[in-house]
Ligand binder design. Structure first.
Ligand SMILES: [Zn+2]
Length: 80
């Protein structure tokens, strides 16, 4: 396997991964990944992508109203 960007050699390592969704941010410090020795670009394998997707799906189920988390709530006061 070689890097898509620089054609450098890849090695099995771990890489951080984060996702921004509506209303929340999910971050993994170290997920198993192939990392380019030359430019450091990480590639996640299918099973890790599945794991990320499952975690996000679980979060979506736990947070049916995504707007309730850390984002500031803008109150609207219409002038009549
Ligand atoms: Zn590379």
């Amino acid at each position: 396997m070689e890097c898509l960007f620089c054609k450098g050699p890849m090695e099995k390592a771990t890489a951080p991964f984060s996702v921004d969704r509506k209303g929340y941010h999910v971050h993994w410090d170290s997920l198993p990944a192939w990392v380019c020795k030359q430019c450091g670009e990480p590639y996640f394998e299918g099973q890790e992508v599945d794991r990320i997707q499952m975690a996000l799906d679980a979060l979506d189920r736990e947070n049916p109203s995504p707007s309730r988390s850390a984002q500031p709530v803008r109150e609207v006061h219409p002038r009549s």
